[in-house]
Structure formats: structure tokens, C-alpha cells
Design a protein around this ligand. Structure first.
Ligand SMILES: Nc1ncnc2c1ncn2[C@@H]1O[C@H](COP(=O)(O)OP(=O)(O)O)[C@@H](O)[C@H]1O
Ligand SMILES: [Mg+2]
Length: 318
């Protein structure tokens, strides 16, 4: 994975985020005075990277023993916060050269309110020996009493010039040819999310010495196709809510046009070979027509998913 291979290990190698880096440097000089930190901003902009760099610089070789990192893949209900974080944060052992124990909570805005309230209490009780770095997309997802205990750092989308610069460096190191124009297309498709940009470059270069616009388009196209198929699959499975959420993500976050979605949806269904196929195709055709007539795409597509979901016959309970 190129994203991991080229993850910066020094603050000065992190692209953009100038303000964040400038405010962090003095904190590294006076370790004992470091406050809790809250990193907020869009995905793929360096939040986890910088948290990891800080942990290394603050704790050095003792980092593994004195850092607890939890991310979204971990269970994060109130029990985990109580147990794992509390136990870890409440040790009061001190070692020469170790200023504090460090807890890094990635995607902290996904934690329930109850869990955040428990966390707040732990932060208060353990603040002599423990510092927290909380990472989130939106600071509004963090309860106010935690926000007010943290120094907040806002991360920005990485600008085009820097995305292209970083991609250039990686392409060179990997011996892959890619023109400026191609790298700009990669940036355009990923809007300042460097993780996505690097992943796209890697996917588009697989098995080829040169990355072309066509390959970039093929990869973004196939990613959209894959997502559209997943949405249709969920709907046909009767899971309207999950399919609706993913549709909103696809159109709003990835900016995929509704007409593209319908085309891919149609392909996905034609290839699905299920007993509901004929009915599903009729539904898609109907909504395709409505969109053509100028109806509101989001409402129509949501209604379409509802209709697809209702094709699934309810299981007869015994
Ligand atoms: N500002 C950046 N400078 C250099 N590389 C970055 C930057 N932001 C993200 N990356 C690349 O993207 C990958 C994911 O970054 P990460 O810090 O995990 O993002 P997030 O903001 O979602 O936590 C990193 O491994 C690195 O390769
Ligand atoms: Mg992250």
C-alpha cells in the first residue's frame, strides 16, 4: 500500500497544514505544558499521520508502552471507554523522559454521547499523567465540555499543487510514468483527499509502466460501478435504509451524477440474475424517465430504492 509506504514520519514532510504545524512546534518544545488536542478536518489530510508523529516525538522509543491508540474498527461503546481508556489513563507510573501517557482516539465523533461523557470524566481525573489526542471529521460531533478542554486544530483539504507534488514524488520513487495532466486528473477526482489520491494513482498504475487519463477514468469509473452495485444489492436485499445512506454518500460526497448512477444500477441488475430482475429493471426504467422529465433526483432515487426494497418478499415467520 503506497499510502502507508509514503506516510510522512516528520512534521516537515507533511504537506500543507502550515498553521497546524506552526502551532504544534512550540508544544513539542515544552512537553510538560501540552494540552489535550482535538484534530478536526476532512479525511486524508494528515490527522492520523500528525498524531502518530507527535507520539513518536513526545515519547520516543517508549511510545509503544505509553500510547493507547483506538480507532473506528474498535468497539467504542461506553464500556470500552470505561475499561480500556480508564485503566490505561489511570496508571500513574512515571519514567525518566516520559512526560505523560498518551491516548489517541481516532474518529472520536463516532462515539456515543454517553461514551463521550465518560471520556470527559476520565480526562479530568487523569489529566496529571495523561494527554489525549482526539481525531474527528467535524468538531461539532464532540460534546462541548470536551471541546473546551482541548486545543483545537483544524485541518484543510490538501491543495492541488501539493497533491500533484506528492503524487509526482511517489510516481518517481515507484518508477511509474505519469504526466502533470494525469496527476491533475487524479487530484480533480479526489478533491484534496491525499489518501484517496494516492490509492487512485496506485490502482491506475497497476501492471502498467505509465498512467494515462484513460486508466485513471477506468479506475474511478469502476469504483463508482462497484458502489452503485452495492447500493442496488442492499436495496434488493430489503435494506432500504442502508442503501439510502450509501446513495447519499455516492452523490453528495463523491459527486457522482444521478444519471450515471442509474446507468450503473441498470448494469448491476441486468447482471444479477435474480428472480426480481425483471421487476427491478422496470422500476429503474420508470425512474430514468422521471429524471428525464426533470423531477428532483434525490427524492426520486430515494423513492426508487424504497420501491426496489419492497420487491423483497417478507419472510414468513413460523
Ligand atoms: N498532509 C499530508 N501530507 C502527506 N501525506 C499525507 C497528508 N495527508 C494524508 N497523507 C497521506 O494519506 C495517508 C492517510 O493520511 P491520514 O493522516 O491517515 O489521514 P486522516 O486525515 O484521514 O487521518 C497517509 O498515509 C499519507 O500517505
Ligand atoms: Mg485518520
Amino acid at each position: 500500500m503506497w499510502v502507508e509506504k509514503y506516510r510522512p514520519h516528520k512534521l516537515e514532510d507533511v504537506m500543507n497544514q502550515t498553521e497546524v504545524k506552526e502551532r504544534l512546534r512550540p508544544l513539542l518544545e515544552k512537553k510538560d505544558e501540552m494540552p489535550h488536542l482535538l484534530f478536526a478536518g476532512p479525511p486524508g489530510t494528515g490527522k492520523t499521520t500528525i498524531a502518530t508523529i507527535l507520539a513518536e516525538q513526545l515519547l520516543g522509543p517508549l511510545k509503544p508502552d505509553y500510547t493507547l491508540s483506538l480507532n473506528a474498527s474498535d468497539e467504542r461503546g461506553i464500556d470500552i471507554v470505561r475499561e480500556r481508556v480508564k485503566v490505561f489513563a489511570s496508571y500513574s507510573d512515571r519514567r525518566e523522559g516520559v512526560p505523560f501517557r498518551l491516548v489517541i482516539l481516532d474518529e472520536a465523533d463516532e462515539m456515543t454521547r454517553d461514551a463521550q461523557t465518560a471520556l470527559r470524566r476520565i480526562m479530568e481525573e487523569s489529566s496529571r499523567f495523561t494527554r489525549f489526542i482526539l481525531i474527528c471529521n467535524y468538531s461539532s460531533g464532540i460534546i462541548e465540555p470536551i471541546q473546551s478542554r482541548c486545543a483545537i486544530f483544524r485541518f484543510q483539504r490538501v491543495v492541488g499543487e501539493d497533491v500533484v507534488g506528492q503524487l509526482k514524488k511517489i510516481a518517481k520513487a515507484e518508477g511509474v510514468k505519469a504526466s502533470e495532466k494525469v496527476l491533475e486528473a487524479v487530484y480533480e477526482a479526489t478533491s484534496g483527499d491525499l489518501r484517496q489520491a494516492i490509492n487512485l494513482l496506485q490502482a491506475a498504475s497497476a501492471g502498467a509502466g505509465e498512467v494515462t487519463i484513460e486508466r485513471v477514468n477506468a479506475v474511478t469509473g469502476s469504483a463508482v460501478k462497484h458502489r452503485a452495485a452495492e447500493i442496488i444489492g442492499l436495496a434488493l436485499d430489503g435494506d432500504f435504509e442502508a442503501s439510502r445512506v450509501k446513495l447519499v454518500e455516492l452523490t453528495r460526497v463523491y459527486g457522482v451524477p444521478e444519471s450515471d448512477f442509474l446507468r450503473y444500477a441498470n448494469e448491476a441488475i441486468t447482471g444479477s440474475n435474480t428472480e426480481t430482475m425483471a421487476g427491478a429493471i422496470k422500476i429503474i426504467a420508470e425512474y430514468d424517465y422521471r429524471l428525464l422529465m426533470g423531477a428532483s433526483p434525490e427524492i426520486q432515487l430515494t423513492a426508487m430504492l424504497a420501491e426496489l426494497a419492497s420487491l423483497k418478499k417478507p419472510k414468513i415467520k413460523e
